[in-house]
Design a protein around this ligand. Sequence first.
Ligand SMILES: [Zn+2]
Length: 139
Amino acid sequence: MLIACPHCVATNRVPDERLGDDPVCGRCGQALLAGEPVVLTDANFDAVVGKTELPVVIDFWAAWCGPCRMMAPQFTQAARQLKGRVVFAKVDSDASPKLSARFGIRSIPTMLMLRSGVEVRRMSGALQAAQIVGWATKG
Ligand SMILES: [Zn+2]
């Protein structure tokens, strides 16, 4: 399975059965699947999402958005629970306006799930960790 490093965007090949064994990047040595949300921007989005074969759940948020701040710890908790199965990422919609425009983000927080760079589903509004996990793993 291909996993792009969220730190240096190198593409790493990880055997499926090793996804839960804390694989590290062959180039920079940092954790590929740390179980923490990674930060994506206009600059690194395609390099990471397009080269990662695990599903990627993206939280579009902004610092001024109260519900986004409320949801942040829930999102982090969901990322820990699905470590090695789903990559969790955050996009600051103010810092990355191109991504917000490209995905037509009209309200935040909005979560998108992508597989190989293609949107599978989306959900708007703040959710609890259990709801995020359920949403990210259905079907
Ligand atoms: Zn790396």
